[in-house]
Ligand binder design. Structure first.
Ligand code: PBG
Length: 328
């Protein structure tokens, strides 16, 4: 009598059959864990707005990164908190003693096999907290894309010299990817890929990160260089530009409120696509889990799987280190 009923539930009857028809499979290979490197020695500061995440001095970071490797994590994204900030962020290209350069050398030696990606930006290194050089225009200080390019190239090359496997420019500086590519190529690093933060929005979800990396703008905001969260066609133009400048991977950031952008990016460009599940997204899950309102592991599994389903190939997340718990 029910000959017209389409029984899609037949394929959901039990876990065996569900696992056979599952369309999206998450793997630890897809995950990248951010790591904050703090100046000094013997530092392990918990970040108050990101419980379970720490700032590590180089010496202390080694055991932590080894523990990530033990959890199956293959790649980390390094952020630095230098001892001294200045208007240009000169620590970023200090070959001898820059915070990231020191971390790269130590981790390269102590944790072989771990893929070391560096965030290439200035906000954690400048005393004004903006992502590049400032100039005065009509009585206001604004970020100057053109003069920032030279420093961006210096930073990326210095990271590559110190052993970075991949560089990730995150400042939304016009022309940044192209200039970094050219400089890396000229200086013998044509093999180092660029993960471009292509569609990076001026987002309120970065709040906790600014505690973690101590890189808040000292005045104003980042709306004149990061994207307006109301826009999506513009994100496709940003990605198009970065692809034309030879980006190897493109990123959408943040992740959860931006799944439409991830989907469009993958559909349009077929590039290796990265979703950055940012600090505020981590903090929301943590807070609810601490209250006992959500099951953290199950929520993280669902978030990661849905980001992949939307089109992300790789996911950067502070929760990456937890994935081994459900990826067996
Ligand atoms: C630096 C940078 C930021 C993040 C990654 N790289 C902060 C910002 O743009 O203000 C945010 C990461 C996060 O919130 O997890 N430009």
């Amino acid at each position: 009598m029910n000959e017209f009923i389409q029984r899609l539930s037949r394929m959901r009857a039990n876990e065996t059959i569900r696992s056979m028809v599952r369309e999206t499979i998450l793997s630890v290979d897809d995950l990248i864990q951010p790591v904050f490197i703090h100046h000094g020695e013997n530092v392990r500061n918990e970040i108050s707005s990101m419980p379970g995440q720490f700032q590590w001095s180089v010496d202390k970071s080694i055991d932590y990164v080894k523990s990530l490797q033990d959890c199956g994590i293959k790649a980390i994204l390094l952020f630095g908190i230098p001892e001294k900030k200045d208007p240009q962020g000169t620590d970023t290209w200090n070959d001898k003693n820059g915070i990231i350069q020191n971390a790269l050398r130590a981790l390269r030696e102590a944790v072989p096999g771990m893929l070391l990606i560096t965030d290439v930006c200035f906000c954690e290194y400048t005393d004004h907290g903006h992502c590049g050089l400032l100039i005065e225009r009509n009585g206001e200080y604004v970020l100057d894309h053109d003069t920032t390019l030279n420093n961006l190239a210096l930073q990326a090359v210095s990271h590559a010299k110190a052993g970075a496997d991949m560089v990730a420019p995150s400042g939304m500086i016009d022309g940044g990817v192209g200039v970094i590519r050219e400089s890396l190529d000229e200086q013998g690093f044509s093999h180092v890929p660029i993960m471009a933060y292509s569609a990076k929005y001026a987002s309120n979800f970065y709040g906790p990160f600014r505690d973690a990396a101590q890189g808040s703008p000292q005045f104003g905001d980042r709306k004149s260089y990061q994207m307006d969260f109301a826009n999506s066609h513009e994100a496709m133009r940003e990605i198009d530009v970065d692809v034309s400048e030879n980006a190897d991977l493109v990123m959408v950031k943040p992740a959860l409120s931006y799944m439409d952008i991830i989907y469009r990016a993958k559909e349009s460009f077929k590039m290796p696509t990265v979703a950055y599940n940012v600090s505020g997204e981590y903090a929301m899950v943590k807070a609810a889990a601490e209250k006992g309102w959500l099951d953290e592991e199950k929520i993280v599994q669902e978030i990661f799987t849905s980001l992949k389903r939307a089109g992300a190939d790789l996911i950067i997340s502070y929760h990456a280190e937890m994935a081994y718990k459900f990826l067996k």
